[in-house]
Write a protein that binds this ligand. Structure first.
Ligand code: FCB
Length: 457
């Protein structure tokens, strides 16, 4: 008799299909889970400001409490360990480490992450540390945030302090999570903090973030001799809405800003000429040495994959003359994101074909669906389980075909504060009852755990 988590699986898959040293993780981020927003010297981040501004977050919520991970981190790491994971990706809240310009590092903030890292190591979880997952200190935003070049120096100071404290214990470093979102959602469409709406501003922010990334790579290597340093990019396979030549050309333009704008400079090719021409005077100001800094070689590339984007030619749209469309009849998550495991394979293979990336890691992948708690307290999130299984199977096939993929991090261990959607979207393998903070592993989490413990299905 099969247990419910093993009933009607879309495809057979086993951990033994992957290399023994494959990295199996979950991803989290500080603002989305920690809570304790005013404790131990933490100062506000741009997300505290943004989420307390009426109308910015769909359910009017904030990360002030979130999953209260700041107090419950031992229970959360126990859970990760019990699932059979061997890695845990987390991020450092910069406003816990520095609470003002020219301030000394905050020992209590450092202490929290020091304990957290020790907790991971004690549980056999390899720490993967993201240095910036969007929670910029508000005092820096008050001075222009990432638009201000001085923020690069402030970031490097933060990186220096964190790597000095944790470098002996943390080997895997991710400089930035999804610079696209930092720059474009934060400053172009205004959906994320700090909520600005200007393309030239977004491109300047993006440039400064990328320069800070490159400088940080060199700094981390200097501080942590055996460091493995990378960046986590949100990338999408871009598909045409039709076979028309116009739509195919739109794919090229869209890909130029969505993907190549990041990959080309990271691998020494500068910003794509096609996009520079399209944005004209809105292009960022670049100083001598910037492009060399951005091209500092990486040890690995982190890819956050969620869904493909479908675009069509739209001559009236500035600057790309393209537009994202939602074709009917596609399988989608509750967020409306297309479910396309093959898209992940396509994307990873394309990146490897076009760029000398070295090892690739899927640093985020996951789905949101409406969860229902049954009378017996279980959460039968079959769709999320199947999303996970189908993406792992696609990854296995890609590796068999030669892809250089060495690890996979599911988004996310816990339901959490999903940015502009607040708590309306649950991405966790673990259900959070926000009234009690009780954690319950969903079917998807039970399946992942059984898979990691070597179950056959
Ligand atoms: C990614 C973010 C992550 C989470 C997932 C759903 O873009 O990196 O924090 O919000 O989406």
């Amino acid at each position: 008799m099969k247990t419910p988590i093993f009933k009607n699986l879309p495809v057979a898959i086993r951990r033994a299909d992957f290399a023994d040293d494959f990295v199996w993780g979950v991803s989290t981020s500080s603002y989305q889970i920690e809570g304790a927003a005013t404790l131990d010297g933490r100062v506000p981040s741009i997300w505290d400001t943004f989420s307390t501004t009426p109308g910015k977050v769909r359910d009017g919520s904030t990360g002030a409490e979130a999953c209260d991970h700041y107090h419950r981190w031992e229970e959360d790491l126990d859970l990760a360990q019990s699932m059979g994971l061997n890695a845990y990706r987390f991020s450092i809240a910069w406003p816990r480490i520095f609470n003002g310009v020219d301030a000394a590092p905050n020992a209590r903030g450092l202490e929290f992450y020091s304990k957290l890292v020790d907790g991971m190591l004690a549980r056999g979880l390899q720490p993967w540390c993201t240095l910036y997952h969007w929670d910029l200190p508000q005092y820096l935003q008050d001075q222009g945030g990432w638009e201000n070049r001085a923020t690069i120096a402030a970031y490097l100071q933060f990186v220096e302090v964190v790597t000095r404290h944790l470098g002996g214990r943390v080997r895997h470093w991710i400089t930035h999570n999804e610079p696209w979102c930092t720059a474009m959602h934060g400053n172009w469409d205004g959906m994320h903090a700090p909520g600005k709406r200007s393309l030239p501003l977004a491109l300047q922010v993006c440039h400064h973030v990328m320069v800070s990334h490159g400088r940080a790579v060199a700094l981390i290597r200097a501080q942590v001799p055996d460091a493995q340093v990378g960046i986590a990019l949100s990338l999408h396979p871009i598909r045409a809405a039709s076979d028309s030549a116009a739509d195919q050309a739109a794919v090229q333009r869209h890909d130029g800003l969505r993907n190549r704008w990041f990959l080309d400079p990271l691998y020494g090719r500068g910003y794509p000429q096609q996009v520079l021409e399209l944005v004209g005077d809105d292009a960022p100001r670049i100083e001598a040495g910037d492009m060399d800094a951005i091209a500092t070689p990486l040890d690995f590339l982190g890819v956050n994959y969620y869904f493909p984007e479908v675009v069509r030619d739209a001559p009236e749209q500035y600057p790309l003359r393209s537009e994202i469309v939602h074709l009917a009849g596609r399988e989608r998550t509750a967020f409306g994101w297309e479910v396309a495991p093959q898209g992940m394979v396509e994307l990873l293979q394309r990146i490897e074909r076009d760029y000398p990336t070295g090892p690739l890691y899927v640093t985020e992948n996951g789905s949101t669906y409406e969860d229902h708690v049954s009378a017996d307290g279980s959460i039968a999130d079959v769709q999320r389980r199947d999303y996970l299984i189908r993406h792992l199977a696609a990854m296995r096939d890609a590796i068999a075909a030669g892809a250089n993929i060495h690890g996979y991090f599911a988004w996310s261990l816990l339901d959490n504060f999903e940015w502009a959607e607040g708590y309306l979207r649950r991405f966790g393998l673990t259900y959070i009852d926000y009234a009690t903070q009780e954690r319950t592993l969903k079917h998807s989490g039970h399946w992942y755990s059984a898979f990691l413990h070597g179950a056959q299905n």
